[in-house]
Design a binder for this molecule. Sequence first.
Ligand SMILES: C[S@@+](CC[C@H](N)C(=O)[O-])C[C@H]1O[C@@H](n2cnc3c(N)ncnc32)[C@H](O)[C@@H]1O
Length: 189
Amino acid sequence: METKKLSDRFSGKDRESMSNLGFNAMTLFMKLMDIVGGHSRKNFQSLGLKAGQTVIDYGCGPARYIGFASNAVGEKGKVFAVDIHPLAIAKVKEKIEKLSLTNVEAVFAENYTTPLNSETADVVYALDMFHMVEKPEDFLNELSRLVKKEGVIIIEDGHQPRTTTIQKIEQSGCLKIIQETKSHIKCQK
Ligand SMILES: C[S@@+](CC[C@H](N)C(=O)[O-])C[C@H]1O[C@@H](n2cnc3c(N)ncnc32)[C@H](O)[C@@H]1O
């Protein structure tokens, strides 16, 4: 049995749909991590996004990556920030407004269904959220639908061991692992 950290239980990070209180606690916790250690900036740099790409930040949460992503893909690129939590969608909209981001769009998803066309993205990244997904097979099939043929899906282990992440990807049968780094797994379909 996997042991869950107390901070995860408090923030609700180990469940797919969080309470508003859990979401706000998580947002605060992440803000502190960014102030203290610059976590999201460092993590984002390792994704290797390029100008002109269309990218999907799947499970974007409090939108801490969208400013970096918007900047990286530039005015010819596009960022879709997807989440199932209404507070995440509100955060994305707030950040779009605050930072005047013209290439970012908030997308509300439900039941592993995203209102975006198939083969939309050059890169789909799902950071610190795969451990929360209750139906990994449905989820990965949806990511596979959204990425272009030569595109890349980047999955972060989050709060689960690497072996669990790999097992879920292999069981889905829809993705092949092309690269592993310390915190991410890159896949293609
Ligand atoms: C721990 S937060 C991480 C947020 C962000 N990716 C980051 O690293 O800062 C996880 C987010 O994933 C979202 N989430 C969980 N399951 C999801 C699903 N099936 N589809 C889309 N979003 C999901 C949650 O609502 C939450 O906002």
